[in-house]
Design a binder for this molecule. Structure first.
Ligand code: ASP
Ligand code: MG
Length: 410
């Protein structure tokens, strides 16, 4: 008998009919003799609606109250799923994050899991019950309910798989796997049979939204294989694991894009120690994540510092940077909206030269201007005008022949 850990996302449990259909899938696996631990998200857009409701009441709702409010979303879906299983004569029990032993730190809204205490889950599994756990939530030492950040149910599932010694975690969502690019933009995008943790992390960091990045991180640390598949079909999904064939014929594995990038330039900054630290400390203090950062070589002891932020954060970032600019005697702050980002990702790129050149040539042949460039070991990113992003994606998908399966792949 093996332990199967599954997670069903919001669209997979969006209404009573979907919940019944998920229950039927679980029941079939249970009858085949497996132990099942199932993590669920809130139904459909419940979390968004709860957030909107809180904002109607208060402009700055307290993070503690928000977490307790959000946790009701997963409470609804887990109890309904348990009832749906009972209706199929399957023994099942639902557990909140606290009951399931998911202990976190006290960072409300972005809590980190510090420990999984799996005793209750183990007892229930040993009794032969299907155990359903509310995703996205945990509990602090002081018994306050926390949440792990939007999309955090994936992380709950992988953490429980690690805590219970399961080697694998199945994540069911509304897409049937990880694609070479977003199929809504590039219809020729191909579903990957497998992908490495590193590649998946890079793709997730630059805009692919299939999985919560922390779930992939945990998978890599604990060696948990993650399968992403659809709960709507029986199609095999994508396996995320450590041992992908090294000698890939096709070294770009995927392309991610992001349509919501803004850029801030601090002009004519004195070139002296501590300037970059001052700018970015101020942003960090206000919880603004900065992405690509470029500092030019200085001319006459003056330099420009440019960085990108999520479009949503620009309004918050600009006044903060303007204040710092005054303090450090920079000439001016220029903000620009309407940008986007396109990234190619692949483990093989670190050993094979020429990928950057091919990427830039392809974009130039398509008449697309590159605004900024940043690279990582297995990633090359270009910031381009938002209206060029989708074109760029299709161009690069073709250039790197991503519609064709790599050697050793199906
Ligand atoms: N319900 C939460 C959210 O929508 C957690 C999740 O879906 O994973 O962000
Ligand atoms: Mg959700």
């Amino acid at each position: 008998m093996s332990l199967i850990v599954q997670k069903y996302g919001g669209t997979s449990v969006a209404d009573a009919e979907r919940i019944r259909s998920v229950a039927a899938r679980i029941a079939a696996r249970h009858r085949a003799g497996d132990q099942l631990l199932v993590v669920v998200s809130a139904m459909g857009d419940t979390t968004d609606r709860l957030q909107a409701l809180a904002r109607e009441i208060s402009e700055h709702p307290e993070a503690r109250e928000l977490d307790l409010l959000f946790s009701t979303g997963e409470t609804v879906s887990m109890t309904l799923l348990a009832m749906a299983l009972h209706a199929l004569d399957v023994e099942a029990v639902s557990l909140s994050g606290a009951q399931a032993g998911l202990r976190t730190d006290t960072t409300h809204g972005q809590a980190r899991i510090v420990k999984v205490a799996p005793e209750r889950i183990q007892q229930e599994l040993e009794r032969g019950r299907v155990v359903i756990v509310a995703g996205f939530q945990g509990i602090t030492e002081e018994l306050d309910v926390t949440t792990l950040g939007r999309g955090g149910s994936d992380t709950t599932a992988v953490a429980l798989a690690a805590g219970l010694g399961a080697g694998r975690c199945e994540i069911y969502t509304d897409v049937d796997g990880v694609y070479t690019a977003d199929p809504r933009v590039e219809p020729k995008a191909r579903k990957l049979r497998d992908i490495s943790y590193e590649e998946m992390l890079e793709l997730a960091a630059v805009g692919a939204k299939v999985l919560h990045p922390r779930a992939v991180e945990l998978g890599a640390v604990y060696g948990i294989e993650i399968v992403v598949a659809s709960s709507f079909t029986e199609e095999p999904g994508t396996l995320i694991h450590g041992g992908v064939t090294m000698e890939q014929f096709n070294k770009v594995r995927g392309i991610a894009h992001d349509l919501d990038v803004a850029k801030v330039t601090v002009r004519a900054v004195p070139d002296q120690p501590g300037i970059a630290a001052t700018i970015f400390e101020a942003l960090a203090e206000h919880q603004i994540s900065v992405d690509t950062i470029v500092q030019n070589a200085s001319v006459e002891r003056l330099t420009d510092v440019t960085f990108t932020v999520a479009g949503d954060d620009l309004r918050k970032a600009t006044p903060i940077v303007e204040q710092v600019a005054k303090k450090i005697r920079a000439a001016e702050v220029v903000a620009e909206e309407g940008l986007g980002k396109i990234s190619i990702v692949g483990t093989g790129m670190q050993t094979a030269p020429g990928y950057a050149a091919r990427m830039f040539r392809a974009l130039s042949d398509a008449g697309i201007n590159i605004d900024m460039i940043s690279t990582g070991e297995i990633r090359i990113t270009c910031i381009v005008h938002r209206s060029d992003v989708e074109d760029a994606l299709r161009t690069l998908h073709k250039t790197f022949e991503l519609e064709k399966a790599a050697a050793g792949e199906l």
